[in-house]
Write a protein that binds this ligand. Structure first.
Ligand SMILES: Cc1ncc(COP(=O)(O)O)c(C=O)c1O
Length: 277
């Protein structure tokens, strides 16, 4: 089915010649240019007809990044947030750019020029892992094919690849036959997933207690606490909130000068939080 009208079906734009006093469309928004925009948008679709466009435009993008990488001599330009905000704010999101070259030029100003290049040898390590070229090829492929791994009928081979890689990783870590896993987007989702499993495990334990077995989940969650290092990431608090425990279920434990959780402080906080049976 096509959502585009055939050209001979389009209404005739005759308000200029009819003498009828209609409100003029703002520049660039007349009927003709809207049709042109709609036709142009079909050129952006990833499909067999546009395959040559896909190759050419992705290569343009890759080339822009490669050129940047070759010419960048330091990890960061030092740009401040207010300048960056002004530059991004100046982009007119209602005015589509004519082509990929123009979009990449704009991207240079709002992103590439001042991005943090942690690939640079002078960048002091934070947590970003090194990017490897095969992974970039993989990213390009998976974002194009765009499988959805939540069900077999949207994925096929990708589901099996995920399963196989999880099993392979678990085997290498000697996690045993009952182990399982999931690919996550990063630290926040991993912390959320881990805390969900811990929460469900704790709730199952609480339900063993006959006095609590009839309680609904919110009442059980109210009794749970998460003890975390004072240096831990804020995604722990966010996860606690999403898991129904609330921000204030997270108890922050002070660290020793070398940033390890202080075990004595942990024992004290656990004793304090324990509800008498
Ligand atoms: C310990 C820790 N957990 C979670 C995160 C959040 O990771 P992401 O941005 O991948 O969600 C970070 C990132 O800084 C982290 O250092």
């Amino acid at each position: 089915m096509s959502l585009m009208p055939r050209l001979d079906e389009l209404p005739v734009d005759d308000h200029r010649s009819s003498g009828v006093d209609t409100k003029p469309e703002p520049p660039g928004q007349d009927f003709g240019s809207r049709v042109e925009l709609a036709l142009g948008a079909t050129n952006h679709l990833f499909n067999a007809r546009n395959s040559p466009r896909y190759v050419a435009q992705v290569l343009q993008g890759v080339n822009a990044v490669a050129t940047k990488l070759e010419r960048t001599t330091r990890p960061f330009t030092g740009v401040g947030p207010s300048e960056m905000k002004a530059r991004v704010g100046a982009v007119d999101l209602d005015a589509p750019l004519p082509d990929t070259a123009a979009a990449l030029q704009e991207l240079e100003a709002v992103y590439l020029r001042d991005a943090i290049y942690f690939h640079d040898a002078k960048y002091a390590a934070h947590l970003n892992c090194p990017v490897v070229i095969p992974a970039l090829v993989g990213e390009a492929i998976l974002s194009a094919v765009n499988s959805s791994l939540d069900t077999w009928d949207q994925s096929a081979g990708a589901t099996m690849i995920e399963r196989r890689l999880i099993d392979w990783t678990a085997e290498r870590l000697n996690l045993g036959d009952n182990s399982d896993g999931i690919f996550t987007s990063g630290g926040s989702q991993s912390n959320l997933q881990a805390l969900l499993i811990a929460r469900n495990h704790a709730v199952a334990g609480l339900r063993q207690d006959p006095a609590r077995s009839g309680l609904r989940l919110p009442a059980l969650l109210d009794t749970l606490r998460i003890f975390t290092s004072a240096d831990s990431h804020f995604s722990i608090q966010k996860s606690a909130s999403m898991l129904g425990l609330g921000f204030d279920a997270v108890i922050s434990i002070p660290c020793t000068p070398d940033h390890r959780m202080d075990p004595a402080a942990l024992a004290e906080a656990m004793a304090e939080a324990r509800v008498p049976a």
